[in-house]
Design a protein around this ligand. Structure first.
Ligand code: DIR
Ligand code: MN
Ligand code: MN
Ligand code: MN
Length: 310
């Protein structure tokens, strides 16, 4: 089957250099070759990694506390149309980031394509992450946009400035009712209030300890409902640093690699996956385990795209 691949070398949604090098590292580790040769995908899209860090507006002063707001906005607006272009042709879309701010663009692209292809239907989003990434500019302590993509994608954060996410239209937005989190363990106070106030379904590591990963994935998929197109946005920091140490904001007490792979396998099994993001792999951090982290990323994508153990 057909797979649109979008390779996003971008780090402007957070403060550490190196996360822009992830797509190259993942490709060099053989990910795309394996998808083609082992899993039988026909690949579409730019074969080379685009350096989105070069999309720098002349001036980019902080706005409502956001750092690099115009750069992140320009990158994600471009990405939205790149992803849409692939998705509207009925291709599954794989985006390799980059930091998680890029999901503002990828979700916008698939949400619009899904509405067009499925008679106005809303897609579901499974957000696998240690963090909720649902800060508004006003609740964020860091000003890093990678902590805000879900707020913009759901319309909980809005903007009047066209060049600072004001380009987002309603048809590009997602519903909080079809959003589900897995793996949370580092959620800011303001984010907890947002999750509570909007009744957003979230499975933390506590829930995984209590019910086991099998039951949690079952409940997450039941919440979404059968027959709903799914966008899987996978932050590698959902995995425990034991498995994925080379990431910008590691948090201990996370998923094992097998639990991460299991989530991805189950999403594949639904037959409803329309897009996947893999983000926050940073192969350049001064920690041991960069290659392990890249290999973990390769494994997660393979599982989501249909690799089986037997
Ligand atoms: C924190 C950390 N909640 C923030 N977020 C991270 O900056 O908004 N997201 N690391 O990936
Ligand atoms: Mn995270
Ligand atoms: Mn992040
Ligand atoms: Mn994230």
């Amino acid at each position: 089957s057909d797979l649109g691949v979008v390779l996003v070398g971008f780090s402007g949604g957070q403060c550490k250099e190196g996360v822009d090098a992830a797509p190259t590292a993942l490709v060099q580790a053989g990910l795309l070759d394996q998808l083609r040769d082992d899993l039988g995908y026909k690949l579409h899209g730019d074969a080379s990694v685009r350096n989105y860090n070069e999309m720098k507006p002349a001036s980019d002063e902080p706005h409502r506390g956001m750092k690099n707001p115009r750069a992140v906005s320009a990158v994600t607006e471009t990405l939205a149309s790149q992803v849409y272009e692939q998705a509207r042709q009925g291709r599954m879309v794989l985006t390799l980031g980059g930091d998680h701010s890029i999901a503002i663009g990828t979700l916008a692209g698939t949400a619009k394509a899904v509405r067009e292809r499925y008679n106005g239907r809303e897609m579901a989003v499974i957000w696998v992450d240690a963090h909720a990434d649902i800060n508004t500019p006003e609740t964020s302590d860091s000003g890093n946009v990678h902590g805000m993509p879900v707020a913009f994608a759901t319309g909980l954060a809005t903007s009047q400035e066209r060049d600072i996410f004001g380009w987002l239209t309603d048809e590009q937005k997602i519903s909080t009712r079809k959003l589900v989190y897995i793996g949370l363990r580092d959620v800011d106070r303001g984010e907890k209030k947002i999750l509570r106030d909007h009744g957003i379904r979230a499975f933390s590591m506590h829930d995984i300890d209590r019910h086991g990963i099998g039951r949690v994935v079952e409940m997450a998929l039941a919440h979404i409902g059968a027959d709903t197109p799914i966008h899987l946005s996978f932050d590698v920091d959902a995995l425990d640093p034991m498995w994925a140490p080379s990431t910008g904001t590691p948090v201990r007490g996370g998923l094992t690699l097998r639990e991460g792979d299991y989530i991805a396998e189950c999403v594949h099994e639904t037959g409803q996956l329309v897009a996947m993001d893999l983000v926050e792999v940073n192969p350049n951090l001064e920690v041991a385990g960069a290659s392990e982290t890249v290999r973990a990323g390769v494994s997660l994508v393979r599982c989501a795209l249909g690799d089986t153990l037997l």
